[in-house]
Design a protein around this ligand. Structure first.
Ligand SMILES: Nc1nc(=O)c2c([nH]1)NC[C@@H]1CN(c3ccc(C(=O)N[C@@H](CCC(=O)O)C(=O)O)cc3)C=[N+]21
Ligand SMILES: [Mg+2]
Length: 300
């Protein structure tokens, strides 16, 4: 087998999307008389979360939108966090609200997500928005699966009738990804850590979305030749001689998969940058809806 896979450049796609968002955000400012705004709430000092929050803030401003960062102490109680969410819900300068997950163990994540106004829920995690997605109504779709869908449609065009296997059943990625693929008329299988004969299930797929959170689990010999592989995993391997900070790998064993797949996303530089770009897209969509400014959302 020749090394046939084309590498799907999520970083470049995300840059292009952000350039289009910047144009539309400037137009929004002209029509609404204010910038679109995203509030990001971070509780605690998790270093990885701090990195993500910083790049979200930077890219929000680069796209011509306001970024409001709220950093709360690790020991903040749930009541104080819910009070902040209420203030952000009521703030007309705030179009989107993102509460960085995971939250500390003493805070009930579902309570906090439910407190966010569904019209500002740019993560698409509120049950109102998951309900809208499952019945096909307009709402907000979680950023990572929507980013994956954009990459798939860019690569394949119509997905109609294709066999798609989603590995992972989280509310954040697996379940909304399956709903999106079903809406594109794929035949969708949701596999997970308890699926029996997982390699055989994956071998049927024209489209594989790997979101199990297990480093390099999906091997090249699980992949039908020519299939499109979207790797959502972000796993840091233990430090080694060659990578003192620990190498970042996906849920797919890239070295073997790239020999067999038709197209594949790398880690880093694949799905990760799309997640943030779609967050900015959802924020700008929220701004137009909340301000009552007409906007053709299909252009983003
Ligand atoms: N409410 C909430 N919404 C989220 O969307 C959310 C969250 N909580 N908690 C944490 C996860 C993780 N996440 C990522 C975003 C960008 C990259 C990203 O840009 N990754 C780059 C670089 C990775 C690196 O070098 O560390 C890449 O894959 O190329 C990764 C992960 C959003 N999350
Ligand atoms: Mg699982």
């Amino acid at each position: 087998m020749t090394q046939g896979a084309s590498v799907i450049d999520g970083k470049a796609f995300a840059e292009d999307l952000r350039a289009r968002i910047a144009v539309a955000a400037a137009q929004f400012e002209v029509h609404a008389g204010r910038k679109a705004g995203l509030a990001v709430v971070l509780v605690g000092e998790d270093p990885a979360s701090q990195v993500y929050v910083r790049s979200k803030g930077k890219q929000t401003v680069e796209c011509g939108m306001n970024s409001f960062e709220h950093k709360l102490d690790e020991n903040t109680d749930e009541g104080a966090l819910l009070d902040l969410v209420e203030r952000l819900n009521a703030d007309p300068a705030v179009d989107g609200i993102l509460v960085q997950l995971p939250l500390p163990a003493h805070i009930n994540e579902q309570e906090v997500i439910s407190a966010i106004s569904p019209d500002k829920d740019v993560d698409g995690f509120h049950i109102i928005n998951s309900g809208r997605l499952s019945v096909g109504l307009p709402g907000f779709v979680p950023c990572t699966p929507l980013g994956c869908l954009m990459l798939l449609k860019d690569k394949l065009g119509s997905l109609c009738g294709l066999d798609a296997v989603v590995i992972g059943r989280s509310n954040i990625v697996g379940k909304p990804m399956a709903a999106l693929l079903l809406a594109e008329s794929c035949t969708v299988t949701i596999a997970h850590s308890r699926t029996k004969d997982l390699p055989d299930v994956v071998r049927r797929a024209d489209i594989i979305v790997a979101a199990v959170g297990r480093a390099e689990m999906v091997k090249g010999d699980w992949i039908k030749p020519g299939a499109t592989v979207i790797d959502v995993g972000i796993n840091r391997l233990p430090p080694s001689e060659t990578s003192p900070k620990g190498k970042l790998v996906g849920d797919v064993d890239y070295a073997s998969a790239v020999q067999v797949a038709g197209a594949i996303t790398p880690v880093p530089g694949g799905v990760g940058p799309m997640t943030i770009a779609v967050l900015l897209r959802n924020t700008l969509v929220a701004a137009h809806r909340n301000a009552g400014v007409a906007f053709d959302e299909s252009t983003l």
